[in-house]
Design a protein around this ligand. Structure first.
Ligand code: PMP
Length: 469
């Protein structure tokens, strides 16, 4: 079958690597270090697998970069893109003009999102979506006469993108150190990471405590200065940090108490990843705005945007006049055509229900069993995201495990063993994480978890040989 066929790629790996090193600056990459060993050249994808230029097959546990929800090689998406390119490859939405796929996609997003959402603003990426959020929430308060109600509260170790506003909203210190960030008016509170802050507490107690940091920050800044709180339902790039069940309802209560806008960054959690269309539905919260990207088009073509709830849309539309914001590619017809076909597939194949009722619980059972491995302190899933913590020495209580010295980069060592073993699993510090395509079958989940275990064994043997354990 197509899934098993190995790409006979007509590429000269060495030549591509040399050109890559000479000219291509990669995102979030030490270019000099990469040039010393060369990039892996990815040439083909089919289903849940990708192939490199040497013909090696890898099970893509990261769905590309959290986006390939319907899997690789969907001919109907490429057909939809091809047809739209021939019909109308581009037109803008600035000149009192619109295009059919953008309108149809906006209506489709309204249909599949919670009832408070009736409007959509399109962007080209998740970062641009979050930049849009910053301008939109500040304008929302300005229009109502609350000038200066501009502060947005986010969290340490959050990821909201790489533009000036996106990286400022994010809570990555390594990003803030470069380029003079965060921009003014963005502040951060601690993340709801039980393993980090929950010692001596139940997860439920810790969830309430982590949410109380929001109230503390609101009081510190002044409630009349705070425009919004933003969070990923489950932090993705921060290492798949799944908050305790008490966290989000308490955040909602605090936002309601002070009248501040609640923004869910659904760039990863949206489009079925947690077994609901949106992650905020999984946690039972009612955001005023939601950022989306990635899964909206399964990454086939770049697309992002903001779902704007009635509370904000009513003010912007009724009182706002021109909103002086937008991108050339807002509502790009080809991207919207790809997204429409992608969502049609998700609906036709009932992938959201499948993850919630069948494959999500199956992945949970299989993945969480990895916690018996000598290197694994804890293993958790939520829908189709999962993470495990590598520890030097296990203990019955996770808070008593002995962590690896962070300078050893054990996660990176483990990630390399995963690659060698045919498995893409991402390392975030000492956490190993996955976000596999939503199309995975039980057999494929078995294969995924078996591969992870084999590669954990290889990592353990390697660490033992190096005297690190
Ligand atoms: N928000 C979240 C939660 C993300 O995970 C990402 C990307 N990983 C972004 C925003 C930024 O999206 P993009 O890379 O498309 O700009």
């Amino acid at each position: 079958t197509a899934r098993q066929s190995v790409a006979q790629a007509p590429v000269n790996t060495r030549a591509i690597q040399d050109l890559d090193a000479a000219h291509y600056l990669h995102p979030f990459t030490d270019s000099k270090a990469l040039a010393s060993h060369g990039s892996r050249v990815i040439v083909k994808g089919e289903g849940i697998y990708i192939w490199d230029s040497e013909g090696k097959r890898l099970l893509d546990g990261m769905s590309g970069l959290w986006c390939m929800n319907v899997g690789y090689g969907r001919k109907s998406i490429s057909d939809a893109v091809y047809a739209q390119m021939q019909q109308l490859p581009f037109y803008n939405s600035f000149f009192q003009t619109t295009n059919v796929p953008a309108v149809q996609l906006a209506a489709k997003l309204v249909e599949i999102s919670p009832p408070q959402f009736n409007h959509v603003f399109f962007t080209g990426s998740g970062s641009e979506g979050n930049d849009t959020i910053v301008r939109m929430v500040r304008r929302y308060w300005d229009l109502q006469g609350y000038q200066g109600r501009h502060v947005i509260i986010s969290r340490h170790n959050a990821y909201h993108g790489s533009t000036m506003a996106g990286a400022s909203l994010g809570g990555m210190s390594g990003m803030h150190e470069q380029g003079g960030l965060p921009i003014p008016g963005i502040v951060h509170i601690g993340q709801p990471y039980y393993l980090e802050g929950g010692k001596g507490k139940t997860p439920e107690e810790f969830g309430l405590e982590a949410a109380s940091w929001l109230e503390q920050k609101i009081l510190e800044v002044g409630a009349d200065k705070v425009a919004a709180f933003i969070g990923e339902p489950v932090q993705g790039a921060g290492g798949v940090i799944i908050p305790p069940s008490t966290y989000w309802p308490e955040i909602q209560r605090i936002c309601d108490k002070y009248g501040i806008l609640l923004v869910a960054d659904e760039v990863i959690c949206g489009f079925g990843r947690l077994g609901h269309w949106f992650g905020s539905e999984y946690f039972g919260i009612k955001p005023d705005l939601m950022t989306f990207a990635k899964g909206v088009s399964s990454g086939y073509v770049p697309l992002g945007g903001v779902l704007v709830g009635d509370r904000v849309a009513d003010v912007l539309i009724e009182k706002g006049g021109d909103f002086n914001h937008g991108f050339t590619y807002s509502g790009h017809p080809v991207a919207c055509a790809a997204a429409l076909e992608n969502i049609r597939i998700i609906q036709e194949e009932k992938l959201v229900d499948q993850v919630r009722e069948d494959t999500g619980p199956y992945l949970k059972q299989k993945f969480e069993a990895l916690a018996d491995h000598p290197l694994v302190g804890a293993a958790e899933t939520c829908g189709f995201v999962a993470g495990l913590v590598l520890v030097q020495k296990k203990a019955a209580n996770i808070h008593d495990c002995v962590p690896f010295d962070s300078t050893l980069d054990v996660g990176m060592i483990c990630r390399d063993h995963m690659f060698n073993g045919g498995m893409i699993m991402r390392a975030v510090g000492n956490r190993m994480i996955i976000a596999p395509p939503l199309v995975m079958t039980h057999a494929e989940i078995d294969e995924l978890v078996t591969l992870i275990r084999v590669c954990l064994d290889a990592t353990l043997a390697d660490l033992t040989k190096r005297g690190l354990i």
